[in-house]
Design a protein around this ligand. Sequence first.
Ligand SMILES: C[S@@+](CC[C@H](N)C(=O)[O-])C[C@H]1O[C@@H](n2cnc3c(N)ncnc32)[C@H](O)[C@@H]1O
Length: 320
Amino acid sequence: MADMRTTDSVTAWSQYWSAGRLSSCPGAADNNYSGVIAAAWEAFFATIAAPAELLDIACGNGALLALAQEHARAVGKRWQLTGVDRAAVAPAAGLSDADISLQHGIDMHALPFADHSFVMVCSQFGIEYGHFPDNLTEALRVLKPQGRFQFLLHCADSAIASRAELQLQQIDLLLEQWALFGLLQQMLHDEPEPQRFQLAKQRFDHAAASAFAYLKANRSQHDVSLIEQSLQQLGGIWQSRGQQSSADALQACADAAVAVASLRQRLLDQQAAVLDQAQAENWQQLARQLVGHAELSLLQQRGRALGWCLTGGNQTLSAS
Ligand SMILES: C[S@@+](CC[C@H](N)C(=O)[O-])C[C@H]1O[C@@H](n2cnc3c(N)ncnc32)[C@H](O)[C@@H]1O
């Protein structure tokens, strides 16, 4: 049987965005594109006079571009909005506009734009997925001399980072320790042969019992929804044998495992992207060397870190 447990980063993100999502950290900070995050962008956008071009690096399906478009429309500015991402991305619903261009298959370390192309260069939980310092140097290369940049960056102490750590532990249980997806596949595969089936069923039941014991022990302390959903999904596949062929059930099981492996890859990418204070200060220092001004602040929500906000340009920010 093929190894369902690994997938590469571009595939993982492409699968994620292909479902039409707008946000990349669902549930991590209660709709993280409103509240504090939206306010940080609003403050940044307010400093830019029309007309202007904006580049969003590692844009996903355009969550940040949607905020920029909303702002520009509200104040009657005409902005040209460009998003780039290495993965296959597509404008989320409501973003199909002549002023918006989303380009996929673009590596942030080699942006296909001339020097000084954009008044605004931005990124929201995106640029830090690349390699420092090349990612920052390349981003600021395309900033116009009078342009401004703002990057929201993952913070090592954030709720988003803690949630990723917990989910990665749970994924290891699901895919490695309990191996529930593989064991269900084995059961489906062996169903026509009673003796082999009994053995496979015993192994699956044993693993499922461990999963239920985990839920009982941990439910009151932290979010166990990933494990609950996986168990429900596996139960649904097993129950569906009457309505679909065993080949279809096997495929459904393989697809479910791939989806979890894809989540694992995205979470690993996120873990590699988080910045502690010293790293964030390195970004600030380099940005200052490259363009003059850069201010670093920590965005917080309900007393917890949400992310770093690095903002600046050739001149200090002031509303124009
Ligand atoms: C957390 S998501 C971005 C979310 C998006 N900015 C938003 O606000 O919804 C991180 C993105 O970085 C992209 N990415 C990772 N490495 C990249 C690279 N080297 N060049 C371009 N994009 C990259 C991934 O494909 C993914 O879409």
